[in-house]
Design a protein around this ligand. Structure first.
Ligand code: HEM
Length: 342
Protein backbone atom coordinates (compact mmCIF):
# COMPACT_ATOMS: atom_id res chain seq x y z
CA UNK A 1 0.00 0.00 0.00
CA UNK A 2 1.21 3.52 -0.81
CA UNK A 3 1.43 5.23 2.63
CA UNK A 4 0.81 8.61 0.97
CA UNK A 5 -2.69 7.38 0.05
CA UNK A 6 -3.52 7.05 3.77
CA UNK A 7 -3.01 10.79 4.41
CA UNK A 8 -6.41 12.53 4.63
CA UNK A 9 -7.04 15.63 2.48
CA UNK A 10 -6.10 18.70 4.57
CA UNK A 11 -8.34 21.73 5.20
CA UNK A 12 -7.55 25.22 3.90
CA UNK A 13 -5.78 27.61 6.33
CA UNK A 14 -6.58 31.31 6.90
CA UNK A 15 -3.04 32.77 6.49
CA UNK A 16 0.38 31.48 5.32
CA UNK A 17 1.59 28.31 7.11
CA UNK A 18 4.79 29.99 8.34
CA UNK A 19 2.73 31.96 10.89
CA UNK A 20 1.36 28.78 12.40
CA UNK A 21 4.68 26.94 12.28
CA UNK A 22 6.39 29.88 14.03
CA UNK A 23 3.70 30.11 16.72
CA UNK A 24 3.82 26.33 17.15
CA UNK A 25 7.59 26.46 17.73
CA UNK A 26 7.31 29.33 20.19
CA UNK A 27 4.43 27.88 22.22
CA UNK A 28 5.85 24.35 22.11
CA UNK A 29 9.13 25.67 23.56
CA UNK A 30 7.14 27.20 26.46
CA UNK A 31 5.19 23.97 26.95
CA UNK A 32 8.23 21.69 26.93
CA UNK A 33 10.13 24.00 29.30
CA UNK A 34 7.25 23.72 31.77
CA UNK A 35 7.12 19.94 31.25
CA UNK A 36 10.87 19.79 31.97
CA UNK A 37 10.46 21.85 35.14
CA UNK A 38 7.57 19.60 36.23
CA UNK A 39 9.28 16.25 35.61
CA UNK A 40 12.73 17.39 36.74
CA UNK A 41 11.27 19.32 39.67
CA UNK A 42 9.40 16.23 40.86
CA UNK A 43 12.61 14.18 40.56
CA UNK A 44 14.55 16.87 42.47
CA UNK A 45 11.82 16.91 45.15
CA UNK A 46 12.20 13.13 45.54
CA UNK A 47 15.95 13.62 45.94
CA UNK A 48 15.39 16.27 48.64
CA UNK A 49 12.97 13.97 50.48
CA UNK A 50 15.41 11.09 50.30
CA UNK A 51 18.10 13.34 51.85
CA UNK A 52 15.56 14.55 54.47
CA UNK A 53 16.36 18.09 53.37
CA UNK A 54 14.31 20.72 55.28
CA UNK A 55 13.60 22.52 51.94
CA UNK A 56 11.80 19.44 50.51
CA UNK A 57 8.22 20.39 51.45
CA UNK A 58 8.50 24.02 50.33
CA UNK A 59 10.15 23.08 47.02
CA UNK A 60 7.67 20.34 46.12
CA UNK A 61 4.79 22.59 47.20
CA UNK A 62 5.34 24.54 43.95
CA UNK A 63 4.70 21.48 41.75
CA UNK A 64 0.88 21.71 41.48
CA UNK A 65 1.25 25.28 40.10
CA UNK A 66 3.86 24.08 37.61
CA UNK A 67 1.51 21.24 36.62
CA UNK A 68 -1.33 23.68 35.90
CA UNK A 69 0.97 25.89 33.81
CA UNK A 70 2.25 22.85 31.88
CA UNK A 71 -1.30 21.86 30.93
CA UNK A 72 -2.26 25.41 29.96
CA UNK A 73 0.86 25.85 27.85
CA UNK A 74 0.03 22.57 26.10
CA UNK A 75 -3.17 23.95 24.58
CA UNK A 76 -1.53 26.57 22.32
CA UNK A 77 0.88 24.23 20.44
CA UNK A 78 -2.00 21.77 20.09
CA UNK A 79 -4.08 24.44 18.32
CA UNK A 80 -1.29 25.36 15.88
CA UNK A 81 -0.37 21.74 15.27
CA UNK A 82 -3.99 21.00 14.36
CA UNK A 83 -4.14 23.93 11.93
CA UNK A 84 -1.20 22.86 9.75
CA UNK A 85 -0.75 19.16 10.53
CA UNK A 86 -4.34 18.30 11.54
CA UNK A 87 -4.75 15.61 8.87
CA UNK A 88 -1.66 13.80 10.22
CA UNK A 89 -2.19 14.48 13.91
CA UNK A 90 -5.82 13.27 13.95
CA UNK A 91 -4.79 10.08 12.18
CA UNK A 92 -2.08 9.26 14.71
CA UNK A 93 -4.24 10.19 17.72
CA UNK A 94 -7.05 7.95 16.37
CA UNK A 95 -4.64 5.02 15.90
CA UNK A 96 -3.60 5.55 19.54
CA UNK A 97 -7.06 6.71 20.68
CA UNK A 98 -7.14 4.56 23.84
CA UNK A 99 -3.83 5.97 25.08
CA UNK A 100 -4.67 9.46 23.89
CA UNK A 101 -7.98 9.51 25.81
CA UNK A 102 -6.27 7.96 28.85
CA UNK A 103 -4.15 11.14 29.04
CA UNK A 104 -7.17 12.98 30.48
CA UNK A 105 -7.48 10.48 33.35
CA UNK A 106 -3.71 10.46 33.88
CA UNK A 107 -3.67 14.26 34.02
CA UNK A 108 -6.44 14.41 36.61
CA UNK A 109 -4.89 11.67 38.79
CA UNK A 110 -1.35 13.13 38.45
CA UNK A 111 -2.58 16.58 39.44
CA UNK A 112 -4.46 15.26 42.49
CA UNK A 113 -1.46 13.21 43.59
CA UNK A 114 0.74 16.32 43.56
CA UNK A 115 -1.87 18.13 45.68
CA UNK A 116 -2.05 15.19 48.08
CA UNK A 117 1.74 15.27 48.29
CA UNK A 118 1.76 19.03 48.89
CA UNK A 119 -0.40 18.59 51.99
CA UNK A 120 1.26 15.39 53.22
CA UNK A 121 4.77 16.86 52.78
CA UNK A 122 4.05 19.55 55.39
CA UNK A 123 3.67 16.70 57.89
CA UNK A 124 6.82 14.99 56.61
CA UNK A 125 5.01 12.33 54.51
CA UNK A 126 3.76 12.05 50.93
CA UNK A 127 6.73 10.33 49.28
CA UNK A 128 4.47 7.66 47.74
CA UNK A 129 2.06 10.17 46.19
CA UNK A 130 4.97 12.13 44.71
CA UNK A 131 6.53 9.00 43.21
CA UNK A 132 3.21 7.81 41.78
CA UNK A 133 2.41 11.29 40.48
CA UNK A 134 5.77 11.42 38.70
CA UNK A 135 5.10 7.95 37.24
CA UNK A 136 1.76 9.08 35.80
CA UNK A 137 3.32 12.26 34.38
CA UNK A 138 5.98 10.15 32.64
CA UNK A 139 3.23 7.97 31.15
CA UNK A 140 1.63 11.12 29.69
CA UNK A 141 4.99 12.10 28.20
CA UNK A 142 5.37 8.65 26.60
CA UNK A 143 1.91 8.88 25.00
CA UNK A 144 2.71 12.40 23.71
CA UNK A 145 5.99 11.19 22.20
CA UNK A 146 4.25 8.21 20.62
CA UNK A 147 1.46 10.27 19.05
CA UNK A 148 3.66 13.09 17.69
CA UNK A 149 6.28 10.67 16.35
CA UNK A 150 3.61 8.46 14.72
CA UNK A 151 2.10 11.56 13.12
CA UNK A 152 5.17 11.98 10.89
CA UNK A 153 5.47 8.27 9.95
CA UNK A 154 2.66 7.44 7.50
CA UNK A 155 4.63 4.26 6.71
CA UNK A 156 3.69 2.94 10.18
CA UNK A 157 -0.01 3.77 9.86
CA UNK A 158 -1.03 0.69 7.87
CA UNK A 159 0.20 -1.56 10.71
CA UNK A 160 -2.04 0.29 13.13
CA UNK A 161 -5.03 0.33 10.81
CA UNK A 162 -4.66 -3.45 10.47
CA UNK A 163 -5.67 -3.96 14.09
CA UNK A 164 -4.67 -1.16 16.45
CA UNK A 165 -8.10 -0.99 18.15
CA UNK A 166 -6.91 2.45 19.26
CA UNK A 167 -4.08 0.91 21.27
CA UNK A 168 -1.16 1.55 18.90
CA UNK A 169 1.99 2.88 20.52
CA UNK A 170 4.81 3.92 18.22
CA UNK A 171 7.51 2.28 20.36
CA UNK A 172 9.13 0.39 17.48
CA UNK A 173 9.93 3.68 15.71
CA UNK A 174 13.75 4.03 15.62
CA UNK A 175 13.42 7.57 17.01
CA UNK A 176 11.18 6.62 19.94
CA UNK A 177 13.91 5.58 22.42
CA UNK A 178 16.35 8.48 21.79
CA UNK A 179 13.48 10.96 21.63
CA UNK A 180 12.09 9.79 24.99
CA UNK A 181 15.52 9.66 26.64
CA UNK A 182 16.43 13.09 25.27
CA UNK A 183 13.30 14.45 26.93
CA UNK A 184 13.95 12.56 30.18
CA UNK A 185 17.54 13.75 30.59
CA UNK A 186 16.57 17.30 29.58
CA UNK A 187 13.99 17.20 32.37
CA UNK A 188 16.52 15.96 34.92
CA UNK A 189 18.93 18.75 33.87
CA UNK A 190 16.20 21.41 34.11
CA UNK A 191 15.05 19.92 37.44
CA UNK A 192 18.58 20.43 38.80
CA UNK A 193 18.56 23.98 37.48
CA UNK A 194 15.13 24.66 39.04
CA UNK A 195 16.44 23.41 42.39
CA UNK A 196 19.54 25.60 42.12
CA UNK A 197 17.45 28.68 41.24
CA UNK A 198 15.02 27.95 44.07
CA UNK A 199 17.87 27.49 46.56
CA UNK A 200 19.56 30.68 45.34
CA UNK A 201 16.33 32.69 45.84
CA UNK A 202 15.78 31.23 49.29
CA UNK A 203 19.24 31.89 50.70
CA UNK A 204 21.67 29.72 48.70
CA UNK A 205 23.31 26.76 50.40
CA UNK A 206 24.30 23.28 49.32
CA UNK A 207 21.32 22.87 46.99
CA UNK A 208 22.70 25.47 44.55
CA UNK A 209 25.81 23.30 44.17
CA UNK A 210 23.84 20.02 44.03
CA UNK A 211 21.33 21.41 41.50
CA UNK A 212 24.01 22.88 39.22
CA UNK A 213 26.02 19.66 39.36
CA UNK A 214 22.95 17.69 38.25
CA UNK A 215 22.29 20.28 35.53
CA UNK A 216 25.83 19.92 34.16
CA UNK A 217 25.93 16.11 34.23
CA UNK A 218 22.45 15.57 32.74
CA UNK A 219 23.04 18.22 30.05
CA UNK A 220 26.09 16.25 28.93
CA UNK A 221 24.09 12.98 28.83
CA UNK A 222 21.28 14.76 27.04
CA UNK A 223 23.68 15.93 24.31
CA UNK A 224 24.61 12.30 23.66
CA UNK A 225 20.93 11.26 23.39
CA UNK A 226 20.30 14.25 21.07
CA UNK A 227 23.04 12.97 18.76
CA UNK A 228 21.47 9.48 18.85
CA UNK A 229 18.07 10.99 17.94
CA UNK A 230 19.66 12.89 15.02
CA UNK A 231 21.24 9.68 13.69
CA UNK A 232 17.95 7.77 14.09
CA UNK A 233 16.04 10.29 11.96
CA UNK A 234 17.31 8.64 8.77
CA UNK A 235 19.89 9.61 6.17
CA UNK A 236 17.99 12.30 4.17
CA UNK A 237 17.01 14.15 7.38
CA UNK A 238 20.50 13.80 8.83
CA UNK A 239 22.02 15.19 5.62
CA UNK A 240 19.63 18.16 5.74
CA UNK A 241 21.22 19.06 9.10
CA UNK A 242 24.73 18.41 7.82
CA UNK A 243 24.73 20.98 5.05
CA UNK A 244 22.01 19.97 2.54
CA UNK A 245 19.64 22.57 4.03
CA UNK A 246 21.38 25.82 5.10
CA UNK A 247 18.44 26.73 7.37
CA UNK A 248 18.43 23.34 9.14
CA UNK A 249 22.22 23.35 9.51
CA UNK A 250 22.31 26.92 10.85
CA UNK A 251 19.47 26.24 13.33
CA UNK A 252 21.18 23.10 14.62
CA UNK A 253 24.51 24.94 14.99
CA UNK A 254 22.78 27.79 16.87
CA UNK A 255 21.06 25.29 19.17
CA UNK A 256 24.32 23.43 19.88
CA UNK A 257 26.14 26.74 20.51
CA UNK A 258 23.45 27.75 23.04
CA UNK A 259 23.68 24.36 24.75
CA UNK A 260 27.47 24.80 25.07
CA UNK A 261 26.76 28.18 26.72
CA UNK A 262 24.38 26.41 29.13
CA UNK A 263 27.00 23.77 29.86
CA UNK A 264 29.69 26.39 30.54
CA UNK A 265 27.36 28.24 32.92
CA UNK A 266 26.61 24.88 34.57
CA UNK A 267 30.33 24.16 35.00
CA UNK A 268 30.81 27.63 36.55
CA UNK A 269 27.81 26.90 38.88
CA UNK A 270 25.97 30.06 37.73
CA UNK A 271 22.22 29.33 37.79
CA UNK A 272 20.90 32.57 36.24
CA UNK A 273 23.09 32.56 33.08
CA UNK A 274 22.47 28.79 32.83
CA UNK A 275 18.72 29.44 32.86
CA UNK A 276 19.02 32.12 30.15
CA UNK A 277 21.12 29.79 27.92
CA UNK A 278 18.68 26.95 28.57
CA UNK A 279 15.69 29.00 27.40
CA UNK A 280 17.59 29.95 24.22
CA UNK A 281 18.65 26.32 23.68
CA UNK A 282 15.07 25.05 24.04
CA UNK A 283 13.78 27.71 21.62
CA UNK A 284 16.42 26.80 19.03
CA UNK A 285 15.91 23.05 19.59
CA UNK A 286 12.15 23.50 19.10
CA UNK A 287 13.08 24.99 15.71
CA UNK A 288 15.38 22.01 14.98
CA UNK A 289 12.55 19.66 15.92
CA UNK A 290 10.12 21.44 13.55
CA UNK A 291 12.68 21.27 10.72
CA UNK A 292 13.27 17.56 11.40
CA UNK A 293 9.49 17.05 11.28
CA UNK A 294 9.16 18.76 7.91
CA UNK A 295 12.21 16.93 6.48
CA UNK A 296 10.78 13.58 7.66
CA UNK A 297 7.42 14.41 6.12
CA UNK A 298 8.89 15.75 2.87
CA UNK A 299 8.11 12.64 0.76
CA UNK A 300 4.44 12.76 1.83
CA UNK A 301 3.29 16.20 2.86
CA UNK A 302 4.29 19.84 3.21
CA UNK A 303 2.22 22.56 4.90
CA UNK A 304 3.38 24.82 2.03
CA UNK A 305 0.91 22.92 -0.16
CA UNK A 306 -2.08 24.00 1.97
CA UNK A 307 -4.68 26.28 0.37
CA UNK A 308 -4.65 29.77 1.98
CA UNK A 309 -7.99 31.64 2.26
CA UNK A 310 -6.45 35.02 3.22
CA UNK A 311 -8.56 35.78 6.34
CA UNK A 312 -6.30 37.79 8.64
CA UNK A 313 -8.76 38.90 11.35
CA UNK A 314 -8.71 35.63 13.42
CA UNK A 315 -4.89 35.79 13.56
CA UNK A 316 -4.87 39.45 14.62
CA UNK A 317 -7.48 38.67 17.30
CA UNK A 318 -5.42 35.70 18.47
CA UNK A 319 -2.17 37.69 18.70
CA UNK A 320 -3.92 40.39 20.76
CA UNK A 321 -5.37 37.75 23.10
CA UNK A 322 -1.99 36.03 23.35
CA UNK A 323 -0.28 39.27 24.42
CA UNK A 324 -2.91 39.88 27.14
CA UNK A 325 -2.78 36.20 28.19
CA UNK A 326 1.03 36.23 28.54
CA UNK A 327 0.88 39.39 30.63
CA UNK A 328 -1.69 37.74 32.96
CA UNK A 329 0.46 34.58 33.23
CA UNK A 330 3.56 36.69 34.03
CA UNK A 331 1.58 38.46 36.79
CA UNK A 332 0.30 35.10 38.11
CA UNK A 333 3.86 33.68 38.16
CA UNK A 334 5.06 36.68 40.13
CA UNK A 335 2.33 36.09 42.69
CA UNK A 336 2.96 32.33 42.83
CA UNK A 337 6.75 32.30 42.97
CA UNK A 338 7.71 35.79 44.05
CA UNK A 339 5.70 35.98 47.27
CA UNK A 340 6.34 34.58 50.71
CA UNK A 341 5.69 30.94 51.58
CA UNK A 342 1.90 30.42 51.96
C1 HEM B 1 1.82 16.72 32.62
C2 HEM B 1 1.33 16.84 31.46
C3 HEM B 1 2.10 16.78 30.17
C4 HEM B 1 3.31 16.24 29.89
C5 HEM B 1 4.25 15.52 30.82
C6 HEM B 1 3.57 16.48 28.49
C7 HEM B 1 4.71 16.09 27.82
C8 HEM B 1 4.99 16.33 26.51
C9 HEM B 1 6.17 15.92 25.82
C10 HEM B 1 7.32 15.15 26.43
C11 HEM B 1 6.08 16.33 24.54
C12 HEM B 1 7.12 16.15 23.44
C13 HEM B 1 6.86 14.90 22.66
C14 HEM B 1 7.92 14.68 21.61
O1 HEM B 1 8.16 15.55 20.79
O2 HEM B 1 8.51 13.58 21.61
C15 HEM B 1 4.83 17.02 24.43
C16 HEM B 1 4.37 17.56 23.26
C17 HEM B 1 3.13 18.10 23.15
N1 HEM B 1 2.20 18.32 24.14
FE1 HEM B 1 2.40 17.85 26.07
N2 HEM B 1 2.52 17.16 27.96
C18 HEM B 1 1.60 17.36 28.95
C19 HEM B 1 0.38 17.96 28.84
C20 HEM B 1 -0.16 18.43 27.65
C21 HEM B 1 -1.49 18.93 27.47
C22 HEM B 1 -2.55 18.99 28.54
C23 HEM B 1 -1.59 19.28 26.17
C24 HEM B 1 -2.76 19.85 25.43
C25 HEM B 1 -3.79 20.42 25.94
C26 HEM B 1 -0.35 19.00 25.53
C27 HEM B 1 -0.06 19.23 24.22
C28 HEM B 1 1.09 18.88 23.59
C29 HEM B 1 1.31 19.04 22.15
C30 HEM B 1 0.33 19.62 21.17
C31 HEM B 1 2.58 18.56 21.88
C32 HEM B 1 3.28 18.47 20.53
C33 HEM B 1 3.57 19.81 19.97
C34 HEM B 1 4.19 19.70 18.63
O3 HEM B 1 4.63 18.62 18.21
O4 HEM B 1 4.26 20.73 17.95
N3 HEM B 1 0.50 18.48 26.46
N4 HEM B 1 4.19 17.02 25.63
Amino acid sequence: MNPGALIPTPDAIPVGWVWFEGLNILTFALHILMVNVLVGGAAAALYLRWRRDPAAAAFSGRLPTVFALTVNFGVAPLLFLQVIYGNLFYTSSILSAGWWLAVVGLLICGYYLLYIHQHAARRGGGGGSLLLGLGLILCIALVMTSVVSLMIRPTAWSVGIGGSAGAFLNVSDPTFAPRSLHFLFASLAVGGLALALYARCSGGGANVEAGMKAFFVFTLVQMATGLWWLMALGRPVLLAFLGDSPLATATLLAAVACSVGALAAGAARKPVPAAAWTVLTVLAMAGVRALARSATLAPWFSPASLKVTGEFSPLVFFLGTLAVGLAVVAYMLRLAFGGKEG
